[in-house]
Structure formats: structure tokens, C-alpha cells
Design a protein around this ligand. Structure first.
Ligand SMILES: [Zn+2]
Length: 418
């Protein structure tokens, strides 16, 4: 694809400097800006024609080429024709953009800046998008297809970049394609601007040091603190790596991995400052090890749950007396043992295989109160599952192996390695 091809295109379609420059944007003209690129190509084409006129004399072919350049709004070509004997050519509208886009950049940039300002929140980066009428996009596509051009940059890209530069200059905030704090999308046909405040994601470990009677209220405490830290965010959604066993289980050790999604934050403080706000030992739920993460971390965390190794402490009441021999045989049997859990929902049956790595136990009192330590894969259901047997839906289980009922009364997570 050579620049001579540009003359072929202009003979058929008048294109403004932007729309011509974009077709050759990736040819490495050394000109960063399409407008300058398009103008430079037109200058070069006129120079070549001029050279040929000097060598070969004026022909209709060469005159028509200058006319095509003049039609595309190239001032030197218009002047050239005027000087040649009073040929007057007034420029035609650009075939792609209709001259209705690039002359409004400043106007749109200030509309975008105003919309972002009126959010009334703190942001340190922004991203821009634009909606361009379909017929403009179709005309652009028809040219690149007709002339088999692979070096073109899309009009949206140029528009977003040019608007981005201007908005950035007005607000004094950088443009960011990835992970911006806010986003604005302008509809080019109406000039209306839509804005969006991007959520903040913070990973943490949460611990529950006591069995909570009123868990809702307790959980509310760190959430309210986080909302406050982010300047009165709209909400905080907690994404947890795995579920806690119900019934007030404690979560001890290094705690459970969670990611907090802070919805519509007004302030964007450093996570270390947020950590300080969360340091209050009088509450039973604590959030530690805070760090900023990307949105994609949520999916990654959820996918890793099955690779967690969780150590549980379970206190259970049994229907028959448990002996030290029982404990020993459980210990030997459940060393790196696969457990199959069957889940039924309606007519659908799903199976999940999990590992129990280690099991230890101790008879606490009277033979019917037993404490178990279970080290297993993160996706093993403990309470109604592995300990209780889930009425035959978990195989093998502690109850199934002992041959009598085992009912968990207390469950603690002692450690989660992820
Ligand atoms: Zn144009």
C-alpha cells in the first residue's frame, strides 16, 4: 500500500485531512496526528503533479487530479487552480465524516469535561468512548474494503484519542484505557454524554474471631467503615473465596480471601488509610491485608477455591460412643482419600470429587462428644456433608464410616491456604 494510492482514492471520494490521514495511519508516516498526516499526503501529491506539469506540460489528467485535491479542501491546490487561469473550485463535504465531526472536538470535549465534573466525585483517570452514526462507519468501511487498505485507523479511535487529549488538558487528569476511575461516552449525533463511575476492587482476608449471634450487624460494621472511607460509596459488595459453613462458624488463622467491590466511590483513598480505619479490636469481624486489585481478580479468586486447602475444627455429638480405635481407623482411612459429593436439584444430578488430606480426632467427653481436625480441599462441604454424611449423598463420610449418627455442633476454620 503506497501513498500513490491516496490519489486513486481522492479521484473518487473527497476526504478531509483527518479521514485521509487515518487510512495511512499505520504506515509510519512519522506524523502522529491524522490531520497533519492527511495534509502532508495532499501536499506531497500536489508536489508530484507540479513536477510532472513542469516536465510533461499540462494535461487533462493532471488538471483533474489537482481538481480532486482541491475538492478535498486542499488549500494549495485551490490556489494553484485559481492562479492557473481563474478555475474556481469550492471544496466538497468529506465523503466519510461529512465535515460534521472534527470541527466540533472542542465543543464535545468541554461537554464531556462538564459531565465528569458534575459527578462531584474524586477521580484520577478517565476513559472515553464514542457512538458514531452507523452510516459514517459504513462509509469508512466501504473505502478500506474497496481499496484494500490494511493500514487504517478507525474514526472512533481517532475521535477518542483527540477528545481524550482535550478533556485531559481541561481537567488536568490523565486519560487511561485500562482501569480508569470514570468513563464517559459521547453520542456524536446528539452530543449527549453518559458517565459511569468505575468500582474499586480491594482484596482482603476476613476473620471472624467469635461465633456471632447477630452476624448481620457485625458484618455491617466493617462495611460501613469501608463505605465511609470511600467518601460515602453507594454500596460494598463482598465477593468471597468459598462459603463459610453456616451456623456461626469462626474463621481463624489467616482468614478467608475476599474481594470488596466498592460501588460508586466518591473518594479514592490509599488502601493503607482504609486499613487504619478498619483497625478496631472491639469488633469480631476483621478485614486485614488490604490491597488494590483489578476487576478480573474476582473471577480468578472464585476459580481458585477448589485449590484451597482448608483446615477445619469440628466439634460433633455422636449417637454411639466413639473409641480411640474408631479415631485411629478414621485417621488411617482418610489419608489422601477422595470423597464424592452428589448434589440433586430437581432431576439434575451433579457430582463433585474432593480430597480429604488428613483427619485427626479426640474423644472429648463420655465418648459421645468428639473433636475432629479435618484438612481438605476447599470445595468439600463439611457440616451436612462430610461429617454428617448428608443422608448418603457424601461418600465416604465420617458418619458413614463409623456407622452411626454424627452431628456437628461447632465448626471453625483454622486455616485457609490459597
Ligand atoms: Zn472526514
Amino acid at each position: 500500500m503506497s501513498i500513490e494510492r491516496a490519489m486513486e482514492i481522492l479521484r473518487k471520494y473527497p476526504l478531509c485531512d483527518h479521514c485521509l490521514g487515518r487510512l495511512f495511519a499505520r504506515l509510519g508516516t512519522g506524523l502522529s496526528n491524522e490531520e497533519r498526516g492527511g495534509r502532508a499526503i495532499k501536499d506531497y501529491l500536489l508536489m508530484r503533479i507540479h513536477e510532472r506539469i513542469l516536465n510533461e506540460g499540462l494535461s487533462d489528467e493532471l488538471l483533474n487530479d489537482v481538481r480532486a485535491l482541491a475538492l478535498s479542501g486542499h488549500e494549495p491546490s485551490i490556489k494553484f487552480l485559481g492562479n492557473m487561469g481563474g478555475i474556481n473550485v469550492s471544496p466538497a463535504k468529506c465523503y466519510v465524516c461529512g465535515d460534521a465531526i472534527f470541527n466540533r472536538l472542542d465543543e464535545w470535549a468541554s461537554a464531556i469535561a462538564n459531565s465528569l465534573r458534575s459527578l462531584g466525585i474524586e477521580f484520577r483517570s478517565f476513559r472515553l468512548g464514542s457512538r458514531v452514526p452507523l452510516d459514517v462507519l459504513n462509509r469508512e468501511l466501504s473505502i478500506t474494503t474497496e481499496f484494500n487498505i490494511s493500514s487504517a485507523e478507525s474514526i472512533k479511535r481517532e475521535l477518542n484519542r483527540e477528545l481524550g487529549k482535550r478533556v485531559s488538558a481541561v481537567l488536568g487528569v490523565p486519560f487511561s484505557r485500562e482501569e480508569p476511575d470514570v468513563e464517559a461516552v459521547i453520542d456524536v449525533s446528539t452530543g449527549s454524554v453518559e458517565t459511569q463511575v468505575m468500582p474499586i476492587y480491594v482484596s482482603a482476608r476476613y476473620r471472624k474471631d467469635h461465633r456471632l449471634v447477630n452476624e448481620e450487624t457485625q458484618v455491617r460494621w466493617p462495611i460501613d467503615r469501608v463505605i465511609q472511607a470511600y467518601g460515602g460509596a453507594q454500596d460494598v459488595v463482598i465477593h468471597a473465596g468459598g462459603e463459610d459453613p453456616r451456623g456461626g462458624a469462626r474463621v481463624l488463622g489467616n482468614g478467608r480471601p475476599v474481594i470488596l467491590q466498592i460501588v460508586r466511590p466518591s473518594k479514592r483513598p490509599d488502601v493503607n488509610d482504609v486499613s487504619l480505619l478498619l483497625k478496631d479490636s472491639s469488633y469480631d469481624i476483621t478485614l486485614n491485608n488490604l490491597s488494590r486489585v483489578r476487576a478480573s481478580a474476582v473471577v480468578r479468586m472464585k476459580a481458585r477455591v477448589r485449590d484451597y486447602v482448608i483446615t477445619y475444627r469440628v466439634l460433633a455429638i455422636t449417637s454411639n460412643s466413639v473409641t480411640d480405635e474408631n479415631i485411629k481407623s478414621l485417621h488411617d482411612y482418610f489419608r489422601n482419600r477422595q470423597v464424592v459429593q452428589v448434589f440433586r436439584r430437581g432431576r439434575r444430578v451433579r457430582k463433585r470429587v474432593s480430597m480429604v488430606y488428613e483427619l485427626d480426632g479426640r474423644v472429648v467427653r463420655g465418648g459421645k462428644l468428639v473433636e475432629f481436625l479435618i484438612k481438605c480441599q476447599g470445595n468439600l462441604y463439611i457440616r451436612g456433608g462430610f461429617v454428617h454424611g448428608g443422608f448418603g449423598s457424601v461418600e465416604p463420610s465420617i458418619a458413614g464410616t463409623l456407622g452411626f449418627n454424627v452431628r456437628p455442633v461447632e465448626i471453625d476454620i483454622l486455616n485457609i491456604s490459597d
